[in-house]
Design a protein around this ligand. Structure first.
Ligand code: NAP
Length: 244
């Protein structure tokens, strides 16, 4: 059977790892991207393999265009007959601060990772999808990018930017059977939220709990599936009723 490839940026930990595992169980060969945490990336690959799937790690900083194009370019050269059918733009960071006190670095690095990262990876791989006339792109955004979150002007702007790009790109590539959608998690248990006082925030979430990475991965898996072929330019909210 023909191998199908899916790239998960930030697949070493958290939501990205859960997505990598889920798509691995659907038969995709997973490219597990990471930037610094090789041990965790190896672990994600191992989990997929232990589960009967197929995966490899691939290190690049999504914010660095030269690095993205060099590493993915090299992969495409050594896999000449293949193309990456699924892109999950998941890599992201947060550096919260009130705008009044926000440093240039806090603003830039958060936008560079989510918004530039989306651009760098997607533009480079889109050609393959256009040629093959099939593809699935899912962007992991956030409730912050939909409603805005105090202390997160950088993060909210980055995620709102990706939502706009999702809707625009969806219209550009629809006739080539490429869908572009986003998932917008609320509070999910990962390293990113480990500094948040869960008990305090649970009170404002109708389901009175944080979500699990697997609950985000399930929605991503649906958007990637053939069954979701008529859904594009959408944002699926996964937040326990916090925002509807
Ligand atoms: P996490 O546990 O902190 O994991 C972040 C992942 O992104 C890691 O795999 C990390 O790689 C990777 N990464 C960070 N910067 C990167 C870069 N420049 N290039 C390549 N990879 C990079 O975060 P998470 O909670 O799973 O978040 C995943 C996505 O969901 C993010 O986009 C985040 O904004 C979004 N999100 C999360 C929540 C939540 O409550 N957790 C809510 C809404 C949206 P290394 O392991 O190498 O560091």
């Amino acid at each position: 059977m023909e191998k199908k490839y899916a790239l998960v940026t930030g697949g070493s930990r958290g939501i990205g790892r859960a997505i990598a595992l889920k798509l691995g169980s659907m038969g995709y060969h997973i490219l597990v991207n990471y930037v610094s945490n090789e041990i965790e990336a190896d672990q994600t690959v191992q989990f997929i393999v232990d589960n009967g799937g197929d995966a490899e790690k691939i290190r690049f900083n999504v914010a660095n265009q030269v690095e993205v194009e060099t590493v993915l370019g090299a992969w495409l050269i050594s896999n000449k007959t293949e193309y990456i059918e699924v892109i999950i733009n998941n890599a992201g960071i947060k550096k919260d601060n009130l705008l009044m006190w926000m440093t240039n670095e806090e603003w830039r690095s958060v936008l560079d990772t989510s918004l530039e990262g989306f651009f760098n990876v997607t533009r480079f791989l889109l050609k393959g999808m256009l040629v093959k006339r099939y593809g699935r792109i899912v962007n992991v955004v956030s409730l912050s990018g939909v409603k805005g979150m105090s202390g997160q002007t950088n993060y909210s702007a980055a995620k709102a930017g990706v939502i706009g790009a999702t809707k625009a790109l969806a219209q550009e590539v629809a006739k080539r059977k490429i869908t572009v959608n986003a998932v917008a998690p609320g509070f999910i248990h990962t390293d990113m939220t480990s500094d948040i006082e869960a008990e305090q925030y649970k009170k404002i979430i109708p389901m009175e709990r944080f979500g699990q990475p697997e609950e985000v991965a399930a929605a991503v898996a649906f958007l990637v599936s053939r069954e979701a072929s008529y859904i594009t330019g959408e944002v699926i909210h996964i937040n326990g009723g916090l925002y509807t």
